[in-house]
Design a protein around this ligand. Structure first.
Ligand code: GTP
Length: 259
């Protein structure tokens, strides 16, 4: 049976208020019991409120904890993204750095370091037997600078680089050896093809004209060629090409000599 507390409370209040029960010992005991009950009730009420507010605090704390956790996760994700981006740009920078350390900035041809690297690779490769090199020097280039100025000289160097690069094409590689000197590495089983290609290069440079206002810059190149021989080291091959170039220069330039 379910107790109707409201009715019970009313009955007790009525008994306690009835004058005929005032001095009855049971009424006193009931009154004491009522007071104890009220006190317990108030205590329960306080405890319930305390527990409610404690729960509120806990919920609030839990909420702020999870908010803090989410914030940290977001920060971590952001840092990871930054680190990824940083690493990507670092890799890109390395590629650029590697490129600039191997490419001549003016002519954009492989620089001496790069062309030496490639020569070394060709030297240790299986096609060593069909390897030839050519040392190319622009004739009287000082005169171009003296007459037209250094800036025109630069433009001529760039234009000749493009021209020579297009003649060599995929049959070899050309790099800037330094100043107005270039080195070509060619791999061809027939040496006469190498000579024919270099002769074509010489004649195209000779036919090239560079216009500066109403003046024309004429150019020519001297070429020293060396074909790989079994006893060759890289140094001896380079040295033969250099001697051949020297020989062309002493014979009057705009020509090629095989060393
Ligand atoms: N404009 C320009 N000139 C350069 C560059 N590098 C080297 N030179 C010039 O090339 C010239 C080379 O002079 P020389 O060594 O006397 O050679 P040359 O005048 O070509 O004479 P030969 O080689 O004997 O035919 C110098 O005037 C250098 O200043 C460059 O990057 N730009």
């Amino acid at each position: 049976m379910k107790t109707d507390f409201a009715e019970l409370e009313k009955n007790i209040q009525d008994i306690l208020a009835a004058p005929e029960y005032q001095d009855h010992p049971a009424s006193k005991a009931l009154s004491q019991l009522w007071d104890v009950n009220q006190e317990q009730w108030n205590r329960m009420d306080r405890l319930t409120r305390l527990s409610d507010s404690y729960q509120d605090v806990m919920i609030q704390q839990g909420k702020s904890l999870s908010e803090r956790f989410d914030k940290h996760v977001r920060q971590l994700e952001k840092m990871t993204r930054i680190s990824d981006r940083y690493q990507r740009s670092l890799r890109q920078l390395n590629i650029e750095l590697e490129k600039t350390s191997l490419i001549d900035p003016l002519t954009e041809l492989p620089n001496r370091r790069m062309i030496m690297k490639q020569l070394s690779q060709a030297f240790s490769g299986q096609q060593k037997e069909s390897l030839s090199i050519a040392m190319i020097d622009i004739d009287y280039f000082k005169k171009v600078n003296d007459e037209f100025g250094h800036q025109v000289g630069d433009k001529v160097l760039i234009a000749l680089s493009r021209l020579m690069e297009s003649v060599v094409g995929d049959r070899g590689v050309i790099g800037r050896w330094g100043g107005e000197e270039f080195l070509v590495i060619l791999t061809s089983p027939k040496f006469e093809d190498v000579v024919a290609l270099l002769e074509s290069l010489r004649s195209k440079v000779n036919a090239y004209t560079h216009q500066v206002d109403d003046k024309t810059v004429l150019t020519s190149v001297s070429i020293g060629i060396a074909e790989y021989q079994e006893t060759d080291s890289m140094d001896s091959l380079l040295s033969r090409a250099d001697s051949a170039l020297y020989s062309v220069k002493s014979k009057g330039r705009n020509s090629l000599v095989i060393g």
